[in-house]
Design a binder for this molecule. Sequence first.
Ligand code: XMP
Length: 562
Amino acid sequence: MPKRKIKQKSDTDIHRVTTSGDIEVSTYLEIAKEMGGEQPVVAEETVPVPERESIVVIDFGSQYSLLIARRIRECQVYCELVSYDTPWEKIAPLNPKGFILSGGPASVYQSGAPLAPAYIYENHVPVLGICYGMQVITQQLGGQVEPGSKQEYGHSILHLSGTESLLFEGLEDSLPVWMSHGDRIEEMPPGFVSLAYTENSPIAVMGNNDGIYGIQFHPEVVHTPQGKTILENFAYRVCGCRGNWTIGSFINDSISGIKKRVGKGKVINALSGGVDSAVVATLIHRAIGDQLTCIFVDHGLHRREEVERTSRVFKENLGMQIIYVDAADRFLDRLKGVVDPEVKRKVIGEEFIEVFEEEANKIGRVDFLAQGTLYPDVIESAASGSTASAKIKTHHNVGGLPARMRLSLIEPLRYLFKDEVRKVGLELGMPEEMVWRQPFPGPGLAIRIIGDVTGEKLEILRSADFIVMNEIKKANLYHHLWQTFAVLTDVKSVGVMGDFRTYGYLIAIRAVTSEDAMTADWARLPYDLLARISNRIVNEVSGVNRVVYDITSKPPSTIEWE
Ligand code: XMP
């Protein structure tokens, strides 16, 4: 595995990257409580795993570690990712039926290289070492790892040696695989046999009779097309899992878990219009009905029709108790003359907390605050030692709620990936349009208006943005794009309409593809579509006479303009 580069401070560090579209809203509340002198009460809930069976991935720092966990869950087996130094007491409740040792950037023969804890080998459950994980097994069980004369990176062909192996059951004798390593196995530990080789790795797969396997390639990446079958074979045939991790079972178990935890208590939830807070609300409502109150703070920075749509879905379709607060004027007032993007975020965060607190106080006693935290956020916080709130706090420095609001956090999605959250939403009967909504930033249109935010500019941007969304949806591209939006720049330029010279605003269109918002590429939208969007905007939105398309990727740009 090539050594990982030390990350330089860059825009990607400065701008948050969260998987949860609406983490910002809930994080404001969490920060507020901390600053009010009260530490947030850490959620006690454990993941509801029916009859507790899981596979645990031991993380040695590979960029693909989380992907392994996702792939295993796709096999309907519950899977968690934990650091290699996690004590057994934390693992035991998961009842692991097998372990996977991930790849990683280190070399096992160097001093201080991370190794697997003793319980991995003492538990007599199967172990699959991937890349660095295979080298860890080799080193710890008495074999030898050495620097390879050639690095092997990219596509390779794996040839099975003919020895029967559960891991490769149902597969051809030769498979395309994805390699990424510098070190290689020189000598296998006692009791192991070689099961497959590639041109550059005489021992590309090894195994013993105790169900311990090492594979030099990465089965979790799409470039290993049969990788999913190999992981499935490991989970089902080697570890004997039954595959009881389903969305239906998650919902049932979550509902009973929430009922038990909340008892007769009251829960509040800040709705943002995003997927995660919406799914959280729906799940909790299913469990405790009207003991849940949702507060939807309308900061006046939403897209056109967004507020109405969210309120309608929650009230009418899902029958929830919602307090809708029209606070648009308050936010606009506070934003007057604010130009700096980070100050905009801070102002919006502070105002949000004030409004939320006022409304929450009207409800009377409340015991729990629901949040839409997702698993990658949990993992990231654990790895960096910082919570989402710490990250945003340094970034936004928002003010706090008084300590009298004593709330425990309830985070029913903290063990789910985003795609699982969407499946939960669909299974709970939420409308597709809400479940598949593109991410939208907490501070909304305020960070898509360059310079100060005014009511007039908001209207111009809303109109232009509405056209962009409308055309993107008509072209059936909405679901293929990570985000699509309009930006109102502070540039004015000269134009001509009919016999008149105009001096109007410049609108920029941004459409990006991305997997996780860490990196993004500008979407190659068809020219005809861009032409339609441009024509419609200059014809239908007064005050705008020029449209440009943003053709920069992230990095070096960010997705948002502010
Ligand atoms: P950037 O602009 O950093 O955005 O490439 C990455 C992702 O984060 C979203 N974003 C935000 N979300 N509050 C949020 O809730 C914010 O202040 C914020 N800034 C950016 C952005 O829309 C993209 O999905």
